[in-house]
Design a protein around this ligand. Sequence first.
Ligand SMILES: C[S@@+](CC[C@H](N)C(=O)[O-])C[C@H]1O[C@@H](n2cnc3c(N)ncnc32)[C@H](O)[C@@H]1O
Length: 208
Amino acid sequence: MTHFDTIQKGAQQMGAVLSDETIQTLVKYLAMLEKWNKAYNLTAIRDVEQMISLHLLDSLTTLPFITGTNIIDVGTGPGLPGMVLAICYPEKQFTLLDSNGKKTRFLTQVKMELGVHNVTVANERVEKHPHQGEYDHVISRAFASLQDMIKWTLPLPKDTGNFLAMKGVYPSEEIAALPKEVDLVSVEPLNVPHVQAERHMVVMTRKG
Ligand SMILES: C[S@@+](CC[C@H](N)C(=O)[O-])C[C@H]1O[C@@H](n2cnc3c(N)ncnc32)[C@H](O)[C@@H]1O
C-alpha cells in the first residue's frame, strides 16, 4: 500500500473525511519530516509507516475537538498535532509554538514548501507568549503535566475557549492534581487504527 492509501484507509476507519488534496499534502509533510529527521533529530520515530500511525493518525484523532477557528498548539515539536490539523482545516488559523529552534525552522520550511498559509510559527517559551485571551483551543500532545500546561497557558484561551491535552493512559494522578483555576470537562478515549496503546483527550476550561 502507498502512504496515501494507508492514510486514507486509517482516516476512513476513524471517520475523518479528507480530500485527496489534503492527503497528498499530509504525505508531503511526512516525507519532509522523514528527511529533516535524519539531520535534526525531530522525533524518535524514524520509520514512515510508524510515523503514519503514531504521529499522523494519532493527530487526526483530535479533529472532532477543533470546533473553533483560532488554535494554538503548545510544545508542537515538528507540528504534532498542529501542522496536521492546519493541513486538514485550511480555513482555521493555527499558531504552532515551540521553544526549540530546530523544530520551528522545520515548521517554517513546511509552511513555505507546502503552502500551509494558515499557520503562524512561534519560536518562544509558552510562558512568554503574548497573545492572551485569543484562542478557541489550546492544544498539546506529549508536552507537560496537566498542572504545568495549565500554569503556563492559563491566560491564552478566550473566555469561551478550552484546553485540550492529549495523553496516553488515563492520567488519574494529574487529574487529581488539577489546578483550581480550571474545570475538568471530560476525558475521552482516542482510538488510533492498529495502535493498541491507550490514548486520551483531557478537555478543560478556565473557571469564570
Ligand atoms: C516531547 S515533545 C512533543 C512534541 C510534539 N507535540 C509531539 O507530540 O511529538 C515536547 C516539546 O515541547 C517543547 N517545550 C517544552 N517546554 C516548552 C515551553 N515552556 N515552551 C515552549 N515549548 C516547550 C519542547 O521543545 C518539545 O519540542
